[in-house]
Design a protein around this ligand. Structure first.
Ligand code: SF4
Length: 197
């Protein structure tokens, strides 16, 4: 890891949002605000849980389906259940990201793996039965409580974007006290006054 990278504020991002062709159909969901603007301020760390799981690209689609202890992640075509695999992979990935100093995560809406809250859940007849976070996000929330999270839809709202960035900075400053001096120097942080004449 380079010195600059050590100093930067690291924020995870669903990889399809920065243009990586990791979606089930081999495409992406590049969002210019995320792919072009945010990297000026943040070190974006791309992550695709479904590719991480080894499902490849392109791949069959996944669904969340009602289960006795919560939604299950199953492949649409043949019903193979990936819930445990995803929970295991996501737990290890979140620990790795924590060790690297993750300070926030930008998630892809509606995804059964990445959604913040709006992934569709089906009943056993295949009918819509509600909404839930994607399974990767559910693990991320459990294992990294307090981590600022947002999806690309909410990010388009300037007020939400500002609040998210504020929370990320706050999280970074609390988890890495040396960051304040790295960003502003010992005496020049805005609002703290300065010893300069
Ligand atoms: Fe991968 Fe998440 Fe994007 Fe789906 S939404 S392609 S799992 S990064």
């Amino acid at each position: 890891m380079t010195r600059d990278r050590d100093r930067s504020i690291r924020v995870g991002v669903s990889a399809c949002l920065i243009g990586e062709r990791v979606r089930y159909d081999g495409g992406h969901k590049r969002t210019p605000l995320i792919a072009d603007v945010l990297p000026r301020f943040l070190c974006l760390v791309p992550c695709c849980p479904e590719v991480g799981l080894g499902l490849g690209t392109p791949r069959n689609t996944l669904d969340l389906v009602e289960g006795t202890t919560g939604p299950r992640l199953v492949m649409t075509e043949h019903g193979k259940d990936y819930t445990q695999d995803m929970e295991r992979w996501a737990s290890a990935k979140v620990e790795e990201l924590k060790r690297q100093g993750l300070c926030g995560f930008i998630l892809k809406s509606k995804s059964p793996s990445c959604a913040l809250a709006d992934a569709r859940v089906l009943d056993h007849e295949g009918r819509p039965a509600g909404f839930h976070p994607g399974l990767f996000t559910a693990v991320l929330r459990r294992a990294h409580s307090g981590l600022p999270l947002i999806d690309e839809v909410e990010l388009r709202n300037p007020e939400s974007l500002f609040i998210f960035l504020e929370r990320v900075l706050d999280f970074a400053l609390h988890s890495r006290p040396s960051l304040e001096a790295e960003l502003w120097g010992e005496t020049t942080r805005p609002g703290r006054g300065s010893t300069e004449p």
